[in-house]
Design a protein around this ligand. Structure first.
Ligand SMILES: [Fe+2]
Length: 240
């Protein structure tokens, strides 16, 4: 906790040095750049870095949050600032050129923000299979909860390179889907009606320090700390 508090203060100090106005709300530090641009900041986790052990080590969680996620945010902010300049200069080729960096780093920020919510310590209900309407929907679409886990693990393990495996809701067809996306592509790139309920990061940075190159073992263990309460809340809100 202390390390995170320190980081938040450090982030704010950096923002302040850039003549921005800090705004704190809903536990998330946010700020507005002096030119009126929103500055994205690292969201706090709802648990300590070591609270997901032994499924995910505290060392992985700290690095993943403080270094990897922070880097996506830093580069997203930078790209948006450059975009604002390019638009002001009516430089269309520069605008187009920036789309890749915005998609990659903005996607990284969006995906990791969901990922942290998808995890919870065992003592706070992590790993407890979903009940209620999401539990029913999983049985209907996949046969059983175990069948869903198997499908996600198989698709996550088969994904080449870096990416994400998702459980999503297709709001139009009103059905659950399992999808994978490459790199930092968010789920919505697979269909405009797809809403992420659960996203599992299968980049090596999410597991290598603990599981080395054995991604299937990481996938097997992550279910012990999945926050189904969060996924159920999103499902109920989006399917009503
Ligand atoms: Fe990641």
């Amino acid at each position: 906790m202390a390390a995170r508090a320190l980081l938040t203060r450090k982030t704010l100090a950096t923002v302040l040095r850039n003549d921005a106005k800090p705004i704190i709300g809903a536990g998330i530090a946010a700020a507005t750049h002096s030119r009126g641009l929103h500055v994205y900041t690292l969201p706090d986790l709802d648990y300590d870095y070591g609270a997901l052990e032994p499924a995910i080590s505290g060392e992985i969680m700290q690095l993943h949050h403080q270094k990897h996620h922070q880097t996506y945010i830093t580069n997203f902010n930078k790209a948006l600032e450059q975009l604002q300049d390019a638009v002001a200069k009516k430089d269309s080729s520069a605008v187009v050129k920036l789309q890749g960096a915005i998609k990659f780093n903005g996607g990284g920020h969006v995906n990791h923000s969901i990922f942290w919510k998808n995890l919870a310590p065992v003592r706070e209900g992590g790993g407890e299979p979903p009940k209620g309407s999401l539990g029913w929907a999983i049985d209907t679409h996949f046969g059983s909860f175990e069948a869903l886990v198997q499908k996600v693990n198989a698709e996550g393990a088969a994904l080449q390179g870096s990416g994400w495996v998702w459980l999503g809701l297709d709001k139009e067809l009103k059905r659950l889907v399992v999808e994978t996306t490459a790199n930092q592509d968010p789920l919505v790139t697979k269909g405009p009606n797809l809403v992420p309920l659960l996203g599992i990061d299968v980049w090596e940075h999410a597991y290598y320090l603990q599981y080395k190159n054995v991604r299937p073992d990481y996938l097997k263990n992550i279910w012990k700390v999945i926050n189904w309460k969060y996924a159920s809340e999103v499902y109920e809100k989006e399917s009503s």
